[in-house]
Design a binder for this molecule. Structure first.
Ligand code: NAP
Length: 324
């Protein structure tokens, strides 16, 4: 089968399309014929050995995908060949990511993909929606009636956060850096949208809460925004750091005076039980149409390098997906 292999870490050029052996399902495993693979910023960090990540080599990248079950190993219950599924990794083994025509999964990695969603939309679910859910529900403990700022609403995690929070009865403020991104976040459920490149947008957000501040901030770029976030919080407000690309200096007094909390969050820390619970919630939302993954751009699998460049560019408007 065709798969993108990384044999050395480095720039996008290390993503090379190769022929590798087809996987064979063992006990409790299924093989999914991947039709679309989601591209996440973390795929770029791993590929380039950034942020202290040094992957074992060679490997096939990709934690998100969707397709149909092609083969079922012994002892698998609840899934059959032909079922439409979305895949949530990391998957077992090195030469086994979703940037590939086939992926070997345990049943814990596969979830039903409703018929009204495309494979590309399925490939946009796992990291973005599980991260958003874990940030909003598990870390922030956000409640209906609260006000949330999704700081960076137009990307994968941002749109998922907007949809989840809106469905929970939260008042959703969001930011995006482009006109197109701002239109998208409003379409996806944000009550108000702001431009995070505008010099006065923080004052505008504060004014939108009548000076009270927001209860929760889901932060996509903490190294740029964390200090400013603290001054936007209401009393007992919480910032969840989802994305961060460098160091930042903060005025801790801003947190002290508000009884505020800065909460770290990485999806990798979710336990198997956490993932069962998170995906049960996500699967309900996907089935009833509350959660509607947005695909911004599609690339052929062979153009994974261009997709990696694109995911790091400004102007996010949904997920970037590889078609396999
Ligand atoms: P993405 O689709 O590439 O989106 C990136 C987002 O960051 C866009 O909405 C972008 O907005 C926004 N952004 C850029 N500059 C900003 C600024 N100055 N202030 C606020 N937002 C800004 O990526 P993603 O998948 O949504 O991931 C978002 C971040 O979370 C990434 O850093 C990623 O590595 C991280 N992440 C962390 C976890 C975890 O477990 N902690 C999981 C998934 C992702 P514009 O393009 O409109 O400027």
């Amino acid at each position: 089968m065709k798969a993108i292999c990384v044999r050395q870490t480095g720039g996008p050029e290390v993503l090379v399309l190769e022929e590798i052996p087809d996987p064979v399902p063992g006990e409790g495993q299924v093989v999914v014929r991947i039709r679309a693979a989601g591209v996440n910023p973390v795929d770029v960090y791993i590929r380039s050995a950034a942020q202290g990540r040094n992957p074992s080599l060679p490997y096939v990248p990709g934690m998100d995908g969707a397709g149909t079950i092609e083969a079922v190993g012994p002892g698998v219950a609840g899934f059959s060949a032909g079922d439409r599924v979305y895949v949530g990794g990391p998957l077992p083994g090195l030469l086994n990511g979703t940037y590939s025509e086939r992926a070997l999964c345990t049943t814990a990695h596969v979830h039903p993909l409703p018929g009204h969603l495309t494979f590309s939309q399925g490939a946009a679910v796992n990291v973005a929606y599980a991260t958003a859910y874990r940030a909003i529900v598990d870390r922030a403990g956000a409640r209906p009636g609260e006000t949330m700022l999704v700081h960076g609403g137009g990307g994968g995690v941002g749109i998922a956060s907007v949809q989840i929070a809106r469905a929970m009865g939260i008042t959703v403020l969001a930011t995006a850096g482009t006109e197109r991104g701002r239109a998208l976040v409003v379409e996806q459920g944000a009550h108000r949208v702001f431009d995070h490149h505008s010099p006065d947008y923080l004052a505008a957000i504060s004014a939108a809460t009548s000076g009270r501040g927001v209860d929760v901030i889901i932060e996509m770029l903490a190294n740029v925004n964390l200090d400013k976030d603290l001054s936007l919080l209401a009393r007992a407000g919480r910032v969840v750091v989802v994305g961060n690309r460098g160091r930042v200096e903060i005025d801790a007094r801003q947190a002290m005076g508000r009884d505020a909390a800065i909460l770290g969050m990485t999806l990798m820390n979710a336990t198997p039980d956490d993932r069962l619970r998170i995906h049960a919630a996500l699967d309900a939302g996907l089935a009833n149409g509350t959660l509607r993954p947005v695909v911004g751009r599609e690339f052929p699998l062979a153009e994974a390098a261009a997709a990696h460049d694109a995911v790091m560019e400004a102007g996010a408007h949904g997920k970037i997906v590889l078609i396999t």
